[in-house]
Design a protein around this ligand. Structure first.
Ligand SMILES: NC(=O)c1ccc[n+]([C@@H]2O[C@H](COP(=O)([O-])OP(=O)(O)OC[C@H]3O[C@@H](n4cnc5c(N)ncnc54)[C@H](O)[C@@H]3O)[C@@H](O)[C@H]2O)c1
Length: 339
């Protein structure tokens, strides 16, 4: 009988790729999602249950109806800047919502979880690349909510024979190689889709100098003055989840945390240059002040995941990652008249 996995937040960007990856790996998949930022048409496999983590009764009914071997928890509010303007939304959804999920799991005797954590738990990097031992000192409420849940998972592991893997992703990017899924956030705040939207605007006749693309921070203490990030392909994130699942089902260890990144630093200006090469469009930008709560440099070392989970990223070229996002982007298609 195939193993059954509940994907909470499976209608979102990363979760929807995970649902497909689990289905293709032979798992029985159920998505639970309130569609606050996700899309029903992005859930391309398994069952879909429309529900909210705030609704404890709905969670109780879900776990009473089905037996899950493991839960993957992607559902969260995930905009750093919004978390600074409206922190209670973040503490309520990311912390209280997740604690509701953990209660439902414990009540149903389901004790294995893969949690979407974030490099935002590290705050401003003291050393780059960042290892899992780096102090966790978030600089925004979003990062604090992720850290709070990591702490809860560690305590639950000790007290309740609970087993959890927190995957601290760096910057998720790219899309399904077959173009079935893409990143569709509204509003979009992630760099690669924003740069590609600008490329599509220029392609459709917009003047390059009228650019809508803002680069926040151009005089930072980084090699080219713009923020440096570690872009990890969404399919590699899914592969890390499958490796974590395997460990939780075969060698559960209580609470463990792993970085999921490539160790390849890429600046915002590198991404813009990659987008120019991939799309052939004259993508320009406007310099804007650095954003509060936005660390200048976040690059991972994922040695622990490589050594313990046997995971390694397959997509290491920035151009390749940007190309996969471009190929799958909803605005990729030209107008029918100029196809
Ligand atoms: N995208 C990144 O670069 C990145 C980096 C690090 C960590 N993460 C984490 O990965 C996870 C997925 O990120 P994403 O970019 O796919 O986000 P997303 O917004 O695309 O997906 C989140 C999904 O969760 C659902 N959801 C939110 N609150 C819910 C609730 N209360 N009940 C039920 N469903 C709910 C949304 O409708 C959406 O489908 C998040 O936890 C995020 O914090 C993302």
């Amino acid at each position: 009988m195939s193993r059954s996995v509940l994907v909470v937040g499976g209608a979102g960007y990363i979760g929807s790729h995970m649902v497909l990856a689990l289905d293709e790996a032979g798992f029985d998949v159920t998505t639970f999602d309130n569609l606050s930022t996700g899309h029903r048409d992005a859930v391309l496999a398994g069952d879909f249950v429309h529900g909210d983590l705030a609704d404890r009764d709905a969670l109780g009914r879900l776990f009473a109806r089905r037996r899950f071997d493991l839960v993957m928890h992607f559902a969260a509010c995930a905009y750093v800047r919004e978390s600074m303007e409206d922190p209670r939304k973040y503490y309520r959804n990311n912390v209280v919502g997740c604690l509701n999920l953990l209660d439902a799991m414990l009540d149903a005797g389901v004790r294995r979880l893969v949690f979407s954590s974030s490099c935002a738990t590290y705050g401003v990097a003291r050393e780059v690349p960042i290892t899992e031992e780096h102090p966790q000192a978030p600089v925004n409420p979003y990062g604090f909510t992720k850290l709070a849940i990591e702490r809860a998972l560690s305590d639950y592991a000790t007290a309740y024979e609970f087993h959890a893997v927190a995957l601290r992703y760096f910057n998720a990017a790219g899309a399904d190689a077959r173009g079935r899924l893409s990143e569709r956030h509204e509003p979009e705040t992630h760099l690669i889709p924003l740069v590609l939207r600008e490329a599509a605007r220029v392609r459709d006749g917009g003047a390059p100098l009228d650019t809508r693309l803002e680069v926040f921070g151009t005089t930072l203490a980084t090699p080219d003055g713009s923020c440096v990030r570690d872009f990890v392909h969404v399919e590699d994130i899914c592969a890390a989840h499958l490796a974590a699942l395997e460990r939780l089902l075969t060698k559960p260890q209580g609470f463990e945390a792993y970085n999921v990144g490539t160790a390849n630093p890429a600046s915002v200006l590198d991404v813009i240059a990659a987008a120019r090469r991939v799309t052939g469009e004259d993508v320009r930008y406007r310099a804007a002040p650095a954003k509060a709560g936005d660390p200048p440099s976040l690059v991972a070392t994922s040695t622990r995941a490589r050594e313990t989970l046997g995971w390694a990223p397959r997509h290491e070229s920035l151009d390749g990652i940007v190309a996969s996002a471009w190929n799958a982007a909803p605005f990729r298609a030209r107008h029918a008249s100029d196809a």
